[in-house]
Design a protein around this ligand. Structure first.
Ligand code: ATP
Length: 178
């Protein structure tokens, strides 16, 4: 799985248009600072799954102000994707626990919304499985920003991995992390 080469720009843009289509009652915006394809070493379906988890939560927990802002940027070595909502937010007591398995801030309400408290723990495990980072900032009553950061492959790294990828068949979606 670590030998995968994925264009993060393409995946973010794809998830963005899918959500626009699925949730016409929401306003989605995307700030894409990347001028060209930007490659990270993550299995495409895993990256897509992580973004879906963050976007699903943004929708689920912002029923009053239905606005979601995505941004894609880079610094010298890393690509960052952030998903910002203007919904209910998370209190400081709860913020450190939202990535824990089965943790839900409001158990009764989350159950109503059909959650298990697993999404974020899976997202974190997937991103960290590729040496990436996840973080969150939130203000209760104002909204949250979840961010992921992944190492950008250099041209040499990408060529090396592309060669390995050509030799090995692509894993199927849903297969456990190697
Ligand atoms: P599921 O397993 O279906 O994803 P879930 O949404 O309850 O269910 P997580 O995605 O792990 O589980 O989220 C854990 C908890 O963190 C949620 O129950 C919710 O209380 C809180 N949370 C997650 N994202 C947000 C958000 N964008 N705004 C406010 N609270 C959030």
């Amino acid at each position: 799985f670590r030998n995968q080469v994925t264009d993060i720009k393409e995946v973010v843009n794809q998830v963005f248009s899918n959500f626009k289509m699925i949730h016409p009652d929401f306003t989605f915006s995307l700030d894409d600072d990347l001028r060209k394809a930007t490659y990270v070493s993550m299995f495409r379906d895993h990256l897509e799954q992580v973004l879906i988890i963050l976007m699903d939560n943004a929708v689920k927990y912002s029923q009053t102000r239905k606005e979601i802002h995505l941004s894609l940027s880079e610094d010298r070595r890393n690509a960052q994707v952030s998903v910002q909502d203007f919904g209910e937010g998370i209190s400081p007591e709860n913020i450190d626990r939202v990535f824990n398995r089965f943790y839900r801030v409001d158990k009764a309400r989350s159950r109503e919304k059909g959650g298990n408290g697993l999404g974020l723990s899976i997202a974190k495990r997937l991103v960290e499985g590729y040496n990436g980072k996840v973080s969150v900032e939130s203000v209760i009553g104002h909204g949250s920003i979840f961010q992921i950061s992944l190492h950008i492959l250099t041209t040499a790294e990408r060529e090396h991995l592309a060669k390995l990828q050509a030799e090995k068949p692509t894993p199927r979606a849903g297969e456990a992390l190697a």
